[in-house]
Design a protein around this ligand. Structure first.
Ligand code: PLP
Length: 440
């Protein structure tokens, strides 16, 4: 019996080692990591330059408490990160994961509004579905019932608007009217709640596990920026999954050129080498909070030199090997190959995403987008079949309150054309087996 209780119920071998896009189990099998873990291992496993940088830092120090010492690694990573952000966002607060990052954004937002005399504002509007983390604050802004349900009496749930899933509503995502249609739901919600009570709006620029790589319709990101500005509401981009280049640009929002007031990043920032995340905010906001008694928040391990040295080495490797361009090129290739599967499998209802943040959704009927019966547990079964064939993909079933099985295919940004061929061969074999088993 394992003493751990958060493992999957399906068989999984012990991990032997990882190298590049591959992981090796103690069962002697090689697995292609087609989801970069949970969209984390962006530069692949066991990158020698990152390991060397970590070793060098470990020889000097692995921890220096932020109230006792400054560290070169955290200063340098903060400067590098700020330089990657839109103008004005240049103050960096390190954390150790995505939930800590989003939690930090809403606390900074709240303290900033108090500092400038807008203490009546406390509501953070978010979307349904969405995922912003598992701590109680992050959960209050998360739109995913199975996770939030048990804790509802313990938290102050925040207002939600629908995520812009044009493909389910029969709308054309390339038509700017579609973007306006969904963005205007934000304005309606602000007016319903009372603008003087609304603190912020948080959005994943391109959806992650919650929506299955949902790319917003034309005009959406620009319009939500305008609405937030008009009502003096802070715009938070949750780039925990999209930040770091996976979508083919460093920030997911770079595809629309819109700038938020605060950004959260994690996952690919530490690249699977260390737990690392950050919040980056406008300097005037941070200055106002610091002048008003300081930020009442923080975590012990935040900004530790080992994590920051690894984070720096990850950024270096992304630059050195042109991995963001590779994510754009390989992502376009993989997306067209996944789209091609729709000819072969009528039960693939949609293929979506940007760069190497890609997903496909299984349905009972493509015309109506009716989901597969939940009892089929497609989200689990297809993942297990693919796993047995040596391909790791990531799935969720999050179609509103009912169901909807989507699968993320998000290999590391170092993936080659040959490895994309390998993903497609294995995925096709898995889908064939799934179709035969379910008689779809
Ligand atoms: N925000 C987004 C968009 C995420 O995808 C995740 C994790 O999947 C989180 C926040 C929470 O990150 P973590 O699991 O590191 O706490």
């Amino acid at each position: 019996m394992s003493h751990l209780f958060y493992q999957t119920s399906s068989f999984r071998p012990f991990l032997e080692r990882g190298e590049g896009v591959y992981m090796y189990g103690q069962d002697g099998k090689r697995y292609l990591d087609g989801s970069s873990g949970a969209m984390v291992s962006n530069i692949g496993h066991s990158n020698p330059a990152v390991l060397a940088a970590m070793r060098a830092q470990m020889e000097k120090s692995t921890f220096g408490y932020r109230l006792h010492f400054q560290t070169e690694a955290s200063e340098t990573l903060a400067a590098r990160t700020a330089a990657l952000c839109p103008p004005g966002l240049d103050r960096v607060f390190f954390v150790s994961g995505g939930s800590e990052a989003t939690e930090s954004t809403i606390k900074l937002a709240r303290q900033y509004k108090i500092a400038i005399g807008q203490g009546s504002r406390w509501k953070v509007i978010s979307r349904m579905p969405s995922y912003h983390g598992s701590t109680l604050g992050a959960l209050a802004i998360t739109g995913y019932d199975p996770l939030t349900g048990p804790f509802r009496p313990m938290m102050r749930e925040m207002p939600k608007i629908p995520a812009p899933r044009a493909y389910l509503d029969g709308m054309n995502p390339d038509d700017p009217a579609t973007g306006l249609h969904y963005a205007d739901m934000l304005e309606a919600k602000i007016l319903e709640e009372g603008p003087e009570t609304v603190l912020a709006f948080i959005v994943e620029p391109i959806g992650g596990a919650s929506t299955g790589a949902l790319v917003p319709p034309a005009g959406y990101m620009q319009r939500i920026r305008e609405i937030c500005t008009a009502y003096d509401i802070l715009l938070i981009h949750d780039e925990v999954m999209t930040g770091g280049g996976r979508t083919g640009k460093f920030w997911g929002a770079d595809h629309w050129g819109t700038a938020p007031d605060i950004i959260a990043i994690s996952k690919g920032f530490g690249g699977g080498y260390v737990p690392l995340g950050a919040m980056i905010a406008r300097s005037d906001m941070v200055d106002a909070v610091m002048a008003d008694g300081g930020f009442q928040h923080g975590h012990t391990y935040a900004g530790n030199p080992l994590a920051c040295a690894a984070g720096l080495a990850v950024l270096d490797e992304i630059d050195r090997h042109g991995l963001i361009d590779n994510a754009a090129r390989m992502g376009a290739l993989l997306k067209s190959r996944l789209t091609g599967l729709m000819n072969r499998y009528p039960f693939i209802g949609d293929v979506r995403g940007q760069g190497l943040l890609l997903a496909f959704e299984l349905v009972a009927d493509r015309a109506t987008m009716e989901p597969l019966p939940p009892a089929m547990k497609a989200f689990q079964r297809l993942v297990d079949i693919a796993y047995d064939m040596g391909l790791i993909i990531y799935s969720r079933r999050t179609r509103g309150g009912t169901s909807g099985d989507h699968f993320l295919v998000c290999p590391p940004m170092i993936v080659t054309e040959d490895q994309i061929d390998e993903i497609m061969v294995k995925l096709t074999a898995a889908l064939d087996a799934f179709a035969a088993e379910t008689r779809l």
